[in-house]
Design a protein around this ligand. Structure first.
Ligand SMILES: C[S@@+](CC[C@H](N)C(=O)[O-])C[C@H]1O[C@@H](n2cnc3c(N)ncnc32)[C@H](O)[C@@H]1O
Length: 305
């Protein structure tokens, strides 16, 4: 094996130097990819997911269930919000992205919304909130200025507007746009929220919108928080950033809580993004207690002697 490897790496043949270098790079990349895949916790599942994703095999629901779609976390939140709405007899929902930047997330939400409308016959409206000018100035250490800078993620507005088919863009600082959003748009109940404002201060303003009239929310809302895992650089923790905003919001509200999705974390195979899903529970919502399970659950004794 080593002889073959040596021959491949150092073989002299009539290829140009450029071609030889390129061949070596591809070879090394392939070995790296292969070892990454082999040492992944579930290599066969990963291979299946990649294959199904790449070749779009099966129905949208099948692919979403495997996580074999772009941004499975977005699709997951929207799908299950629509499913909950359907169970509650609500014909239309809204989904929100806090922090749009170039707009890749909104374009992705449009894709999921279109597919999910076909699967579940629930209408879906999309709202994207952003300054349009990128990140505002960080207010203090809680906005993680060692990681973010004012002006990051500016939007090319005309380009994005040409690309979007159905989303509503809400421009301005969230501290202002959150104040009259419900009056201005009278949105269908919000069922899913993608939080990607990066900052503690902006996220807290966004979360304060959850204090709005209950008609604007499903009794349980799916949330994805983009910036609560990260790496050794961001070092997200409970005392800064989006995590602090969640903790403060929970501390200030008795009847509304943003809670972990333990049912995802208990699955046999846990995807990294499962750690970023939170469910906002509106305990006093008039539909919170509506029964949504199977009509008649019974567990008769199996071994009668
Ligand atoms: C990381 S980017 C969003 C990326 C986007 N979700 C995606 O997936 O491509 C964060 C965005 O949040 C926006 N943002 C942060 N604080 C804001 C605030 N106070 N008001 C409005 N927009 C804000 C910034 O303008 C920036 O575009």
């Amino acid at each position: 094996m080593f002889a073959r490897l040596k021959k491949r790496l150092f073989a002299t043949h009539p290829l140009t130097i450029r071609q030889r270098i390129w061949r070596r790079i591809k070879y090394i990349l392939r070995i790296k990819q292969l070892s990454k895949l082999l040492f992944a916790p579930h290599p066969l599942l990963d291979i299946r997911m990649r294959y199904v994703h790449k070749h779009e095999i099966g129905s949208y629901e099948y692919r979403l269930g495997l996580g074999a779609v772009d941004r499975p976390h977005y699709g997951y939140c929207v799908y299950h919000a629509a499913e909950l709405a359907k169970k509650l007899g609500i014909p239309r929902i809204s989904v929100v992205e806090f922090g749009v930047a170039g707009g890749n997330g909104l374009v992705n939400l449009e894709y999921h919304a279109q597919e999910i409308e076909k699967c579940l016959s629930v209408g879906i409206d999309i709202y994207g909130f952003d300054t349009g000018e990128g990140l505002p100035k960080p207010q203090d250490f809680r906005d993680l200025p060692y990681h973010w800078k004012q002006g990051f993620f500016r939007m090319d507005v005309p380009l994005l507007e040409r690309q979007l088919k159905r989303s509503n863009l809400v421009f301005g600082d969230i501290r202002e746009t959150s104040v009259n959003f419900f009056e201005r748009f009278d949105p269908a109940p919000i069922g899913a929220i993608m939080h990607d404002f990066d900052y503690y201060s902006s996220t807290l303003s966004a979360l304060q919108m959850l204090e709005g009239d209950e008609n604007y929310f499903l009794p349980r809302v799916f949330n994805y928080f983009d910036d609560i895992a990260g790496s050794e650089i961001e070092m997200y923790c409970d005392y800064t950033g989006e995590r602090l905003a969640i903790n403060e919001f929970n501390g200030q509200h008795e009847d509304i809580k943003i809670a972990d999705a333990y049912y995802l974390l208990a699955r046999k195979v846990v995807q990294p993004w499962y750690h970023q899903i939170r469910i906002c529970h509106f305990f006093k919502h008039s539909q919170y207690n509506n029964f949504i399970c199977k009509e008649n659950e019974q567990r008769p004794l199996q071994h009668v002697t």
